[in-house]
Design a protein around this ligand. Structure first.
Ligand code: CO
Ligand code: CO
Length: 315
C-alpha cells in the first residue's frame, strides 16, 4: 500500500502498532484507533460495555488517555431499536468510566449487528509506549487471563456454565485503564493489548517490532477457569486455530507441552489484557502495583531474550 510521508505521523497504519499516533503540538500527540465487533454477549447492554472496553484498549496500550469516541453501528432493520438503546447505554457507561465522551457516530443498515467505537486519545510525546522497545532480559507481564474466545465458543454452542460466562463478561468489560496507569507509574519498555491474534500472535508482533525473542513460562500464564476443559472438548474458535498456524513457524517448544494448553496461548481474545515488557528490576514492582489495583490475575509470564530473528520459546 502507498504510505503517507507526513513528518507529523509518529506511527502510521503500516507500523505494527496498536493505534495511529500523530503530532498535535510540540509536547503532545493524538492517538487514534477503531475496533468493531459482532455480538459476543447475549445481553446487548453487556455487549455495549465489552465493545467499548475493547475499543478503548488500544489507547491504553499506548499509555495514552482517551478523550473522545464515535459510535460505529451496523444494525439489522429486523431488530428492535430497544436493543440498540441498551447497547449504547452499556457503551456510555464504560466511556464515562474511562473519563472520555461520545460525541457522535454513524449507523448503517447491516445484515448482522455490529458495534464499536472510533476513539481519539492524547499522550505526551515523550511518554508514548509502543511495541518497539522490548529488550533482552525484560520481564513479560500479562494482566488478564486467557480463554475468552474459547468460552465464547462454548457459550454459542450452549455448553458454557453460567459461572464461566459471568467470569469472562467481567474480564471483557474491565477497562485496561488501571493497568495502563500502573504501567505509566512504573515505566515500561513496550506494551500491546491482547485481542484477536491471541497472546502468542500479539507477542510475536511485539518481538518483530523490537527485534528480539521471548521465552514464555507456560505454567505461569493465567487462564480463565474451565477454558482448558472447553478447549479439550473441541470448542475452539476458527481465529484461534489460524493464530496457532501463524505463530507456529516462530515457535519452539522446549519442554513437552499439553497441545490444548498450546492452543489456549493462541486463543483469540476480545478486550484482553495488556502485555508489557518491563526491566527485570521493575517487574516485581509492576506486578505488585497491579495486584494492589485489584488486577489480581496479573502475572510475570516470561522474559524477552536476545534472538537473531523473532522467535518464541515455550518452556
Ligand atoms: Co491492540
Ligand atoms: Co485494535
Amino acid at each position: 500500500m502507498p504510505t503517507f510521508d507526513d513528518p507529523n505521523i509518529i506511527l502510521g497504519y503500516e507500523a505494527l502498532g496498536d493505534a495511529g499516533v500523530y503530532v498535535l503540538d510540540e509536547r503532545r500527540a493524538l492517538v487514534q484507533t477503531v475496533d468493531v465487533l459482532t455480538p459476543i454477549a447475549d445481553d446487548p447492554y453487556v455487549f455495549g460495555q465489552i465493545a467499548a472496553a475493547n475499543s478503548l484498549s488500544d489507547v491504553y496500550a499506548m499509555g495514552a488517555r482517551p478523550l473522545t469516541a464515535l459510535n460505529v453501528v451496523g444494525f439489522p432493520t429486523k431488530l428492535d431499536l430497544s436493543i440498540l438503546e441498551k447497547l449504547i447505554k452499556g457503551s456510555i457507561e464504560k466511556v464515562k468510566e474511562a473519563g472520555a465522551v461520545i460525541i457522535g457516530g454513524h449507523t448503517i443498515k447491516d445484515q448482522e449487528l455490529k458495534y464499536g467505537l472510533a476513539v481519539t486519545g492524547i499522550v505526551d510525546r515523550d511518554k508514548i509506549v509502543s511495541t518497539t522497545g522490548a529488550r533482552p532480559g525484560d520481564g513479560l507481564v500479562l494482566t488478564k487471563p486467557l480463554g475468552t474466545g474459547i468460552v465464547s465458543t462454548a457459550l454459542k454452542a450452549g455448553r458454557a456454565s453460567p459461572q464461566t460466562v459471568k467470569e469472562i463478561n467481567a474480564l471483557m468489560t474491565q477497562l485496561n485503564h488501571s493497568a495502563s496507569q500502573c504501567m505509566l507509574e512504573v515505566g515500561v519498555n513496550a506494551c500491546t493489548d491482547i485481542t484477536g491474534f491471541g497472546l502468542l500472535g500479539h507477542l510475536l508482533q511485539m518481538l518483530m517490532a523490537s527485534n528480539v525473542g521471548a521465552r514464555i513460562l507456560v505454567e505461569e500464564v493465567p487462564l480463565v477457569s474451565r477454558a482448558l476443559e472447553y478447549a479439550r472438548a473441541g470448542l475452539v474458535p476458527g481465529g484461534t486455530k489460524k493464530n496457532f498456524e501463524y505463530v507456529q513457524p516462530y515457535t519452539k517448544v522446549l519442554n513437552k507441552i499439553d497441545p490444548v494448553l498450546h492452543t489456549l496461548l493462541c486463543d483469540a481474545q476480545t478486550s484482553g489484557g495488556l502485555l508489557m515488557a518491563v526491566t527485570e528490576e521493575k517487574a516485581g514492582d509492576l506486578v505488585d502495583l497491579l495486584h494492589r489495583h485489584d488486577i489480581l490475575s496479573a502475572r510475570l509470564i516470561g522474559h524477552v531474550i536476545a534472538s537473531k530473528s523473532p522467535s518464541i520459546e515455550l518452556k
